[in-house]
Design a protein around this ligand. Sequence first.
Ligand SMILES: Nc1nc2c(c(=O)[nH]1)N[C@H]1C(S)=C(S)[C@@H](COP(=O)(O)O)O[C@H]1N2
Ligand SMILES: [Mo]
Length: 439
Amino acid sequence: MLRRIRVGDPSAASHSPGAIPGTRRRDFLRQSALLASSALGVRAIAAPGSVSAPRSENLPPNTPRWMKVQGEPVVSAPYGVPSRYEADVIRRATNITPTLWSSWSFTPLQDLHGIITPNGLVFERHHAGTPDINPEEHRLMVHGLVSQPLIFTIEDLVRLPSISRIHFLECSGNGLTEWKAPKEKTVQGTHGLLSCCEWTGVPLSTILDEVGFKPQAKWILAEGADAAAMSRSIPIEKALDDALLIYAQNGEMLRPEQGYPLRLLLPGFEGNMSVKWLRRLKLGEKPFMTREETSKYTDLIGNGTARQFTFVMEAKSVITFPSGGHQLKKRGPYRISGLAWSGRGRIRRVDVSTDGGRNWREARLEEPILTKALVRFRLAWNWDGGPAVLQSRAIDETGYVQPTRDQIVAVRGTNSVYHYNAIQSWQITQNGEVNNVHA
Ligand SMILES: Nc1nc2c(c(=O)[nH]1)N[C@H]1C(S)=C(S)[C@@H](COP(=O)(O)O)O[C@H]1N2
Ligand SMILES: [Mo]
């Protein structure tokens, strides 16, 4: 026989020690339960007067199976992994590269909460795969226009004064498939070359002081120890400002894919300049004109010329719920949620439109709002069951406004690969499907 349970009923409270019986609490819970049921298609849990009809022996009012036996013993997983029910929350590789060595995988932004990307889900971009580096055999050499060239071990570096900072890292190729027509189905594909970690390391300025850089030194060549020997020229101003030599990520040593045992991090700059597996810094007077800044990482403009050294990732935002591939089950209240970021500093405001950009409402920005970091935004929305087009627009502290697609195409044409930061449109159809469209 089915039992009726009322929230606040002392018999129900036995399994929820925090429950406070009382009318106001009961009303609040009732409203939340009803809201949850209408917004998410979840059953109203024990809404007063309702009969709970369990579809499984583990649902209320039964005692679930997992309360009747002991669980897994401590340290069954010496290094913990997510629940097996989260097996779909994974990086996914692009299908547009011919090999998996010079390729990339995307962060599943649709499944993440808050602003931090867990280490196992940080997108990867390698030009020649991930090297297997023994930290004891790894060195950082600093030379060129310096008074004292030096070679550092990882141990040497870790002993120097370190700091931790939360910053986003975005590949300048994020969204490259979207220039001409909407292509990727999900936000993982359209925006997933993006991560945000707490990075720990030594300010590059500290190392430059150690080696005593000469006044004529204006650029630094950074070289990786992978088979691609990935190399980029870094302006000295950035090196002295907020550049970091990173050895740890979200509290543990870097993951091999992220540059173990040492990487450069240039907050707010295009991802490719944050050289992984860093082995060499050479100070010089001029940019070194490496392959990655001549043939690659330049932007063709409509008039046949190209831009070079487009370092900064301009302000951008995207709605992650609801987003491509989601299915809204019924009309009613939803909470739109998404991410905004700017390579120039803090996000000041995010606006959201549900009618393809005709009307805009200001979203709520969630703390913390950090410089050159992802910011989570949210907005309540009532879906009336009709067609809708959801968009978000970021404005950063410099006053820069994220462009519409038409605006960026007017300035840049559609022959670029990198630095696509147009407003993203998610179309909601009458059946509640969510699609990537250009609006
Ligand atoms: N040595 C080296 N550094 C590198 C790369 C590389 O292939 N080799 N890829 C770059 C590119 S294009 C990007 S976007 C970022 C990606 O960092 P992640 O793999 O940690 O996400 O690393 C950059 N640093
Ligand atoms: Mo990149």
